[in-house]
Design a protein around this ligand. Structure first.
Ligand code: HEM
Length: 202
C-alpha cells in the first residue's frame, strides 16, 4: 500500500490562521478592544475574511512567479479560513449587532448596498466551502469543480466593493485591498493573453 505523504507544517499553519480569532476572544474577555468591542470584533472579522480571500487568491501566483510549489498544499485550508472568518463576521452581525432582529436585518439587506453585496459574497462562499473536500472534486469532476471555484473571483471583488461602500471618508484601506486584488486578477488575465505565448515562442 502506498503511504500518503503528510505535510508536517499543516498544524502550524492551521494554528497561525486561527490566531486572529483567538486574539479577538482574548480581547473581548480582557477589555482590550476599546469602547465598542462589538464593532471592533465585527470589523476585525471582516478584515480577516478579506485577507484570507486575497491570500487564497495569491497562492497560485506565488507558485507561478516565485516557484514555491509547496504553497499549493495550504490553499484549501486558507480558503476554508476565509469562509470561517466571513461566516463569523456575518454571525456577529446577525446575533450580536442586530440581536436576531430579522425585520431590521432584512431592511438592511434590501436598503444598504454594502450589506446586500456582503450577503451575496457569504452565500456564494457556501458552495465553495461545501465542495472543498477532495472527495467532492472527484464527485463533481475536475472541470465542473474548477468552474464552480471560479466564483471566488466575483466573491473577492464583492468583498472589496463591500469595504469601499461602507467607509465614509478615508478610502485608503479598501484601496490597498483593491490594488492587491487588481494585481492578483491582472496576473491571471495576463497569463491568458494570446500574444504572450506568441511573444515567448518568437
Ligand atoms: C465575504 C464576505 C464579506 C467580507 C469579505 C467582508 C469584509 C468586511 C470588511 C473588510 C469590513 C471593514 C472592516 C474595517 O472597517 O476595518 C466589513 C465591515 C462590515 N461588514 Fe462585512 N464582509 C463580508 C460580508 C458581510 C455580511 C454578509 C454582512 C452583513 C450581512 C456584513 C456586514 C458588515 C458590517 C455591518 C460592517 C461594519 C460597518 C461599519 O462599522 O460601519 N459583511 N466587512
Amino acid at each position: 500500500m502506498v503511504k500518503k505523504k503528510k505535510f508536517p507544517y499543516k498544524p502550524f499553519v492551521f494554528v497561525a490562521c486561527l490566531l486572529p480569532a483567538c486574539w479577538l476572544v482574548y480581547g473581548v474577555f480582557t477589555g482590550l478592544l476599546g469602547a465598542n468591542p462589538i464593532e471592533a470584533v465585527l470589523r476585525d472579522l471582516g478584515d480577516w475574511a478579506l485577507r484570507f480571500l486575497l491570500l487564497g487568491l495569491a497562492i497560485s501566483p506565488i507558485r507561478r512567479i516565485i516557484g514555491w510549489a509547496w504553497v499549493m498544499r495550504y490553499r484549501r485550508m486558507i480558503g476554508l479560513f476565509a469562509f470561517f472568518y466571513a461566516f463569523m463576521h456575518l454571525s456577529i452581525y446577525i446575533g450580536v449587532d442586530q440581536f436576531f432582529d430579522w425585520p431590521t436585518i432584512w431592511k438592511d439587506i434590501v436598503k444598504r448596498p454594502y450589506i446586500t453585496i456582503g450577503m451575496a459574497a457569504v452565500l456564494a462562499l457556501v458552495p465553495l466551502a461545501v465542495t472543498s473536500p477532495k472527495t467532492m472534486v472527484r464527485k463533481l469532476g475536475g472541470a465542473r469543480w474548477k468552474a464552480l471555484h471560479k466564483l471566488v473571483y466575483p466573491i473577492a471583488i464583492a468583498g472589496v466593493v463591500h469595504f469601499f461602500l461602507l467607509v465614509k471618508a478615508d478610502i485608503r484601506e479598501p484601496l490597498i485591498y483593491g490594488a492587491i486584488l487588481a494585481f492578483l486578477l491582472g496576473e491571471r488575465l495576463y497569463r491568458r493573453l494570446p500574444t504572450r505565448g506568441f511573444a515567448r515562442s518568437s
